[in-house]
Write a protein that binds this ligand. Structure first.
Ligand code: ADP
Ligand code: MG
Length: 251
């Protein structure tokens, strides 16, 4: 096959790997030069999109990949399915709205949060997944080292921050204050999504300062959609299935 070292070099220096990989093959298939170039450019656009999605998924730090397709809505009949599925076009992120999953353990709150995060990555949004405990630990450390402002600013580059398991953390005054700073900084500027096992009515009991609790809730809920999860823990069910399966196998 004919070699084109100069074209190869240009495509490499322009970082157009899909064009480089395909220009010879398509030159045989498509004679018309504009269609040829269009096809080649489309391949490059596609590849760049895929690379972007992959990079955003890696940058989001998801502990596992979960999709909404694998979510069984029949286990959560009280959830407004249509309303929840609507979130997956990610318009709420553009509108800087929030999204809150409340409910007992094992009912699919984190699963939903992860699935939203994945959808957001594929749609071009920058996402961070972090547990509330991790978030607070890193904020407290930053504050001790006198770099709190820089730390808070580092979250600004994300279109949405997904905070998992708010409520398992001790709500000391310092923690509440830091949490409040993250939430108010994002308020009406970018999205935040949280999962929690705490009903809002309990927040005021747990926060050391009921005023702070109310302020946090207000900012989260104003421009936010709340989804209430309920029922038995799927984690327990899986474990029970496993152990009965094991018992059956040994008997
Ligand atoms: P939570 O965050 O509410 O404690 P998780 O989302 O971590 O619960 O769910 C626990 C496990 O059960 C996960 O592996 C999750 O994928 C699965 N799970 C929970 N609810 C559902 C559901 N409705 N459909 C499919 N899988 C589910
Ligand atoms: Mg969870």
């Amino acid at each position: 096959m004919e070699q084109h070292p100069l074209l190869d070099m240009h495509l490499r220096s322009l970082r157009l790997p899909a064009m480089l990989a395909n220009y010879k093959r398509l030159a045989g298939d498509i004679a018309e030069p504009i269609s040829y170039l269009t096809q080649l450019a489309s391949l490059e656009v596609e590849k760049r999109h895929e690379n972007g999605v992959r990079a955003r998924i890696a940058g989001a730090h998801f502990p596992v990949i979960k999709t909404i397709e694998s979510f069984d809505f029949s286990l959560q009949p009280q959830l407004p399915k249509v309303k929840l599925l609507e979130l997956f076009d990610c318009a709420f992120i553009e509108q800087r709205r929030n999204f809150i999953c409340i409910g007992p353990p094992g009912t699919g709150k984190t699963h939903t949060l992860l699935a939203i995060g994945l959808a957001a990555c594929t749609r071009g949004f920058h996402v961070l997944f972090i547990t509330a405990a991790e978030l607070l630990m890193s904020l407290i450390a930053a504050k001790r080292e006198d770099r709190l402002e820089r730390k808070l600013k580092s979250y600004d580059r994300y279109d949405i921050v997904l905070v998992d398991e708010l409520g398992y953390i001790p709500f000391e005054r310092e923690a509440t204050d830091l949490l409040f700073q993250v939430i108010s900084r994002r308020y009406e500027r970018s999205s935040i999504a949280i999962t929690t096992n705490l009903a809002f009515s309990d927040w005021t009991n747990i926060f050391p300062d009921p005023m702070a609790a109310t302020a946090v809730i207000d900012r989260l809920v104003h421009h936010g959609t709340i989804f209430e999860f309920a029922g038995e823990s799927q984690r327990l069910k899986t474990r029970q299935r496993r152990s009965t399966g094991a018992a059956a196998a040994t008997s």
